[in-house]
Design a protein around this ligand. Structure first.
Ligand SMILES: CC(C)(COP(=O)(O)OP(=O)(O)OC[C@H]1O[C@@H](n2cnc3c(N)ncnc32)[C@H](O)[C@@H]1OP(=O)(O)O)[C@@H](O)C(=O)NCCC(=O)NCCS
Length: 172
């Protein structure tokens, strides 16, 4: 597949909206159990919220919106940023201040999956963080997204925390 990896300027943020909405659809399909706790946002409101966060993150020079651009438009993107993280147990980075990378989003267009685009975006995200002197990248995966887990594990990712959500009133 023919594509180039580029860094997207914040001014072009709206190019990411349709792919974000595909990711939202993918998540709600992979994790129907979560709809027993809360409804899924509409694609429009989900993108507006995410757009705001992206712009906030992109105001830091450490954040990168990495895109895979094909001849007919975007095939996927990765949003990666750097955060301070000093848990008492593991030393993720060099002293004095531990910092880690966070892969906030990785999505490949429905019609372009399984052709190496995700791999190229992941490599670009790792390269970006490596240039910032980081050693670790955190990734959150929605429970049920087994394909994504397989993809990350093949690249050396291992299990870290398991996040649960529960209703405040217990089931009868
Ligand atoms: C996960 C994802 C980013 C991988 O990108 P990709 O371009 O399809 O991946 P590559 O072609 O580089 O590698 C293929 C691997 O991706 C994984 N994969 C996950 N979902 C897939 C899908 N729908 N179609 C094909 N491969 C998929 C598989 O592990 C596959 O490896 P396999 O051949 O051993 O099964 C992409 O499939 C995607 O956007 N999925 C939906 C959104 C998502 O789950 N994002 C991750 C959120 S944490």
């Amino acid at each position: 597949m023919d594509f180039a990896i580029e860094q997207l300027p914040a001014a072009d943020i709206d190019e990411l909206g349709p792919l974000w909405q595909q990711l939202l659809a993918h998540h709600s399909q992979q994790a129907p159990h979560l709809e027993e706790l809360a409804p899924v946002r509409s694609p429009e409101s989900s993108w507006q919220l995410r757009r705001e966060l992206y712009l906030q993150w992109l105001s830091s020079p450490d954040t990168a919106a990495l895109t895979a651009r094909g001849p007919h438009g975007l095939l996927g993107y990765a949003m990666v940023r750097v955060v301070a993280d000093r848990p008492g147990s593991w030393q993720w980075g060099a002293e004095p201040g531990d910092r880690v990378g966070v892969l906030e989003t990785l999505v490949v267009h429905d019609d372009a999956r399984g052709a190496g685009v995700g791999q190229a975006l992941l490599d670009a995200a790792r390269h970006h963080l490596d240039r910032h002197g980081l050693k670790i990248m955190k990734i959150s995966v929605i429970a049920g997204n087994e394909g994504a887990l397989r993809f990350y594990r093949r690249e050396g990712a291992v299990d870290f925390v398991q996040t649960l959500v529960m209703p405040l009133s217990p089931p009868p």
